[in-house]
Design a binder for this molecule. Structure first.
Ligand code: SF4
Length: 117
């Protein structure tokens, strides 16, 4: 079975059904993931994590992502799935929601301008 980066150390906040997107099954980007062994538990929140601890952990995870050779592929995977939890591709779940909202807005604007033309 295909194994995603930082999957082995999931914690309670992460649902067990983290199956890869169809495209990912044909693309081995995850094999180059820097976070394959998330021994520090940086990428997912433990339950009842205080805000200051979460922010600090997420920043540490993002520093790992910044030196990851598959950051773009990972980010797109997390946006396309979409992955609801954890840091993926240097983005937190909240940041991914913002990116997705912007994409939806842009698509809507493009459709409107296409239909007006
Ligand atoms: S970008 Fe970050 S979350 Fe994605 S594979 Fe690399 S280290 Fe892991």
């Amino acid at each position: 079975m295909l194994q995603l980066p930082h999957q082995p150390l999931q914690v309670a906040a992460v649902p067990p059904q983290r199956t890869p997107a169809r495209e990912d099954q044909d693309s081995p980007w995850h094999t180059e993931a820097v976070c394959r062994r998330d021994e520090a538990g940086l990428f997912f929140a433990p339950s009842k994590e205080p805000t200051a601890a979460r922010l600090s952990r997420e920043e540490a995870a993002k520093r790992v992502c910044a030196r990851c050779p598959v950051m773009i592929e990972c980010r797109e995977h997390a946006l396309l799935q979409p992955e609801p939890y954890g840091v993926w591709g240097g983005l937190t779940a909240a940041e991914r929601r913002v990116v997705l909202a912007r994409r939806r807005r842009r698509e809507t604007e493009l459709k409107k301008s296409a239909s007006a033309a």
